[in-house]
Design a protein. Structure first.
Length: 381
């Protein structure tokens, strides 16, 4: 079956985009909310930090709970709890609740949201067959770029109607995602999941987790530092969006080419692109070096994420996929956080070197793996 006529895939895709939307809206939504209600934009940043910590802390245990109860039954409940958390937070802020109360309330949507991506990624394994999986993940990566851009823009638009409207929209997005979760008979889900099989040792998954970490680490070096990158070249601050535009455009093109090719591919090739792009970024070779390095990193991002995801699915037992994918997304988020910290405390030329180092380690871990173990599955349109 062609992916572009695969109705189940597009239902899954609509659901996962709705589920992702609140996370992309949250930073600006929290800031606008606290600025309007308390006069402090800093409180919005603290709320976002607590939200992210709760996400990371809850991702694996809540993902494991999803595996136990069944993703198609547990995921809608999790989404509705997340929606309720955003609604209660908005109501408390409108009632001028103390700061401590707001910080406590943001823990609920944070803790429940941490496993949403892992749960939806587990559903994808049941939505498309193995032959279509690389293409499905690549198309999803392209759509994700639109969500990342559209989330903050939507908040800015909705804020015109009031500072509480964006949080209401975040709650509504979670409800919409819950409606779109496919319903399967519980008996069928138990049959497909099978007995409780313990996961393999951490060494089996470590190369792929290192790939996920590398993606977050090197991307954050660019996404957090477009302003200092252009200032280093003596360009005006208004040139900073050019860096993000090149990164996003290259990521979309890379994912599109990967989807068109329709093979899992060798992640060592994309890690090599990260190494070359990161070294060029650190080397400060003027505008040509900046644009080329960002384009190379962006072009390799989607394919590396897809190859990592496909190979993780091959290794994870069916009854541990939600927890496993949640761990992968958490590791990637940790990489993003550490990359952001590196930009803040290190010389600009040194920050990308850590991403290069992580890519080299991941590549070294995969050197001993035969090509067949990494995967070159082909697909049809």
């Amino acid at each position: 079956m062609s992916l572009f006529t695969h109705r189940a895939y597009w239902r899954w895709s609509a659901g996962v985009q709705f589920a992702r939307l609140p996370a992309t809206m949250a930073p600006l939504a929290f800031t606008l909310l606290t600025t309007a209600t308390t006069g402090s934009y800093r409180l919005g940043g603290v709320l976002m930090s607590v939200y992210v910590v709760a996400e990371m802390a809850g991702a694996v245990p809540v993902g494991r709970l999803l595996d136990r109860v069944g993703v198609t039954r547990g995921l809608p409940a999790l989404l509705l709890l997340t929606a309720a958390g955003f609604a209660v937070l908005a109501f408390a802020a409108s009632a001028a609740a103390p700061t401590a109360v707001l910080l406590a309330l943001v823990l609920l949507p944070g803790a429940t949201a941490g496993a949403l991506s892992g749960g939806f990624r587990t559903l994808l394994a049941d939505t498309v067959d193995d032959a279509l999986l690389p293409r499905a993940i690549s198309v999803d990566a392209m759509l994700l770029e639109g969500v990342l851009i559209g989330g903050p823009a939507l908040v800015a638009l909705l804020d015109l109607a009031g500072p509480f409207v964006p949080l209401a929209a975040m709650a509504a997005a979670c409800v919409g995602a819950a409606v779109l979760v496919p319903r399967r008979a519980a008996e069928r889900e138990r049959e497909e999941t099978g007995p409780d099989v313990p996961p393999a040792g951490v060494g089996t998954y470590l190369p792929w987790l290192c790939c996920a970490f590398t993606v977050g680490l090197l991307l954050s070096t660019i996404e957090v530092a477009p302003l200092p990158l252009v200032q280093r070249l003596g360009a005006p601050d208004t040139a900073a969006p050019v860096v993000i535009a090149v990164l996003s455009g290259a990521s979309i093109v890379g994912s599109a080419l990967y989807a068109w090719r329709g093979k899992t591919g060798d992640p060592r090739l994309f890690l090599g692109g990260f190494i070359v792009g990161g070294l060029a970024l650190a080397g400060d070779f003027g505008w040509p070096g900046l644009i080329v390095s960002v384009a190379v990193i962006g072009g390799c991002t989607g394919p590396l994420v897809a190859a990592t995801s496909v190979n993780l699915q091959r290794l994870l037992p069916k009854n541990r996929r939600s927890a496993g994918f949640s761990l992968s997304f958490t590791v990637q988020a940790c990489g993003f956080g550490l990359g952001s910290l590196a930009v803040g405390v290190l010389p600009l030329w040194l920050a990308p070197v850590f991403g290069v180092f992580a890519a080299a380690i991941a590549g070294a871990m995969l050197v001993a793996k035969p090509a067949g173990a990494i995967g070159t599955t082909s697909v049809t349109s």
